[in-house]
Design a protein around this ligand. Structure first.
Ligand SMILES: [Zn+2]
Ligand SMILES: [Zn+2]
Length: 697
């Protein structure tokens, strides 16, 4: 249809209209008084001018100084056709096309490279005034809104291809306007425009490969530009404002869930499409919108991100990132690839390190494959992606107090091949992936040994409340009715843990065997007590403060930076208060009920408590009060008093050097026996505990 119409337009011109336009000196008219074009030329002639300007060759004969006139003419024409189209919604196809086709032609001119260039230079040194453009903006904006509305109602009555085409072109115009730093500030408070942009985005939703020629990515870009404050591309405040606007319009499209689905699935499909043009033109904007929505914590509980998690957003993004990284690309594509790699890994980092539950999901979904893939292109310029990976690996090291995270990491380390391991080790120094990776390996192996020690404990663990960490005395505890694996001391503790402790997110994962988070709190009790005992061995009873001593176990930094200290309780409390005042991380304090109980009974405190501080998420910490087991029994392993995990590691390494003389643990954790059988370092750790103490199997 489009082609036929275009032919018809050119035919008209061939019949002498073009010469006529020349005769009346249209160029001069556009230059000096564009308003006269509208008042003096009839509609057919003006349509003819539109067709002429759509012809690149003819348009190129119009000099630059008539561009403002052409812009003005186009705004007027668009308004005229928009109001005609409003009346033609229910008309026959021919009439409808008769109005819609010239409209798209006008939009074509407005989105042409020359008009874009003109809009871009406004406000610059060469052309300091933006007034002419702003003078036409209300007319243009109204026309775009009307066209958008009528093409949509026509579509709902009688299907037509127009809505997406028009929306894509409107997106292009918005981008042309908003990309200009001198013009954008005029739209800072324009809520209506923001609503319009979100509506376009929500309507056009998930792009499929079929409509790639329409490239609705410009809408995502317009949305991003409207979220940007001048000179502050990552402004949280303007992001928050955009989020609020989005929330105010999303209900008619299916609410927050629809927002999350469109944001995630549009990016995912583009990444999986293997279409280089789509990846280049659409993906950066799609990732941008998804990232700003995922990072928006305006609404408590971050509900957009929640829906992304529910939709397996992390596994999808990991899969899609691997797909993008795996493709052999020409040199020109590599810088785009690096930009996309950086953006997607940053997004995965934001989602995965939000809390320890999502981190476990990410690790189990093949997060390591991304690191290996990035390392594989070691000679390529994936510099920014590598930096982001470094940061992510460092962040993983903050989550070692969690049994579930350690297990997930250990499982993934077992899956690595010798080639993978070799790729992850290079000559990297401080600040490189290789450096962070070595640190992660050190933490993983000693943490893994600690979990095996935990499982070889001399006495079975009493039940520990999953919220307040109180030990069961008597038989008042009950299990979570969902998973039947998590004990609670009271209904209050269960309610707190369900919401604030995120057990609601974990319950099904524990049932499905996708997480061993049910062991997190008992393991914490063990690991903290063992660490504190080990440190306090040298301190002796005399160094304890006389009144209300409390031990502080601070694991809010990486595993290698865990610290233990002793304070009078009031000082510890005020220090904690100071920490909580700092706004860059939040602290969830679970009140030490056991401390209160001991005091209430008027008994001189028999138990010293440990204030255990560690991370629940990248930006939030938890403070729990654990009982310090003075009798040592609880944390003693079957083989005697607590040993440092590094001593155990040394013993295991010694065994390995005898059993596998060829092995080089610095290079690979895969060992081979005389028959060439593949054995992992973790198998040897398991064997050590099994053989020597018979407890762990
Ligand atoms: Zn409790
Ligand atoms: Zn449960």
């Amino acid at each position: 249809m489009l082609e036929e119409e275009k032919e018809a337009g050119i035919d008209l011109m061939h019949e002498g209209f073009l010469e006529y336009l020349d005769d009346i000196n249209i160029v001069e008219m556009l230059r000096t008084d564009p308003a006269r074009v509208s008042s003096e030329l009839d509609l057919l002639l003006r349509e003819c001018l539109v067709y002429a300007l759509n012809d690149k060759e003819i348009f190129s004969t119009y000099p630059d100084d008539v561009l403002p006139g052409i812009f003005c003419f186009c705004c007027g024409m668009l308004r005229e056709f928009a109001s005609l189209s409003e009346k033609a919604i229910s008309e026959d196809e021919e009439t409808w096309i008769g109005y819609m086709h010239p409209s798209t032609q006008v939009l074509n001119i407005l989105t042409s490279i020359r008009i874009h260039g003109y809009l871009r230079q406004l406000g610059s040194h060469d052309d300091p005034s933006v007034t002419p453009i702003l003078a036409h903006w209300p007319e243009l904006y109204l026309a775009m809104k009307t066209l958008h509305k009528s093409s949509k109602s026509r579509d709902s009555q009688l299907e037509s291809f127009h809505p997406r085409l028009i929306a894509g072109q409107i997106g292009d115009i918005l981008v042309a306007f908003l990309s200009n730093d001198n013009i954008r500030p005029y739209f800072t408070d324009d809520t209506d425009l923001r609503k319009f942009a979100w509506r376009l985005w929500l309507e056009n939703g998930i792009s499929t490969t079929e409509d790639k020629e329409i490239l609705c990515g410009s809408i995502a870009r317009a949305v991003m530009l409207l979220s940007t404050k001048e000179g502050d591309p990552k402004s949280r405040t303007s992001c928050a404002m955009m989020f609020t606007v989005c929330m105010s319009v999303c209900d008619e499209f299916g609410g927050k869930n629809a927002v999350a689905e469109i944001a995630l699935m549009s990016a995912y499909r583009t990444m999986m499409s293997n279409d280089e043009m789509l990846v280049r033109q659409l993906l950066p904007q799609q990732i941008g919108v998804l990232a700003s929505l995922a990072d928006c914590d305006v609404i408590p509980e971050n509900r957009i991100a929640r829906r992304i998690y529910e939709m397996d957003g992390i596994p999808k993004l990991i899969e899609a990132t691997l797909n993008i990284l795996s493709r052999a690309q020409d040199a020109d594509f590599r810088s785009v690839l690096d930009f996309i790699g950086e953006a997607t890994v940053t997004l995965i980092e934001t989602l995965a390190t939000e809390n320890y539950i999502q981190l476990e999901v990410a690790i189990r979904s093949g997060l390591f494959r991304i690191f290996v893939a990035v390392q594989t292109s070691v000679n390529g310029p994936l510099e920014f992606t590598r930096k982001t990976c470094f940061r992510l690996i460092e962040t993983i090291s903050l989550f070692f107090p969690y049994y579930s995270v350690i297990q997930a990491l250990a499982e993934q380390f077992r899956e690595l091949t010798e080639e993978d391991e070799a790729r992850m080790l290079g000559e990297g120094g401080d600040g490189t992936i290789e450096f962070a990776w070595k640190g992660l390996k050190r933490s993983v192996i000693s943490s893994y040994i600690l979990t095996r020690m935990f499982e070889s404990c001399a006495q079975p663990f009493p039940k520990i409340c999953n919220n307040c960490t109180k030990l069961e005395a008597g038989h008042n505890f009950f299990q979570c009715p969902g998973c039947a694996r998590i004990p609670y001391c009271s209904a209050e503790c269960q309610a707190t843990d369900l919401k604030a402790g995120r057990h609601s997110e974990l319950c099904q994962k524990i049932i499905d065997g996708k997480s061993q988070a049910d062991k997190n709190i008992p393991f914490l009790y063990f690991a903290v007590n063992k660490c504190v005992q080990f440190t306090c061995k040298d301190l002796g009873q005399s160094t304890l403060p006389a009144k209300d001593p409390i031990l502080i176990w601070n694991a809010t930094r990486t595993r290698e930076q865990v610290s233990v200290s002793i304070r009078p309780k009031d000082i510890a409390d005020s220090e904690l208060h100071d920490r909580r005042l700092r706004n860059y991380e939040s602290y969830r304090v679970i009140d030490g009920q056991q401390i209160k109980a001991a005091k209430m009974n008027g008994i001189i405190t028999t138990y010293i408590h440990i204030q255990a501080m560690y991370r629940e998420g990248r930006e939030n910490c938890v403070v729990r009060y654990l009982r310090f087991d003075l009798d040592y029994g609880r944390v003693e392993t079957a083989f005697g008093p607590p040993m440092h995990e590094l001593h155990v590691l040394r013993a295991i390494k010694k065994d390995i050097s005898i059993k596998y003389p060829e092995a080089d643990l610095e290079k690979s954790w895969i060992l081979r026996n005389r028959d060439g059988e593949r054995i992992h370092l973790f198998d040897e750790v398991d064997a050590y505990f099994r053989d020597k103490f018979g407890k762990y199997s």
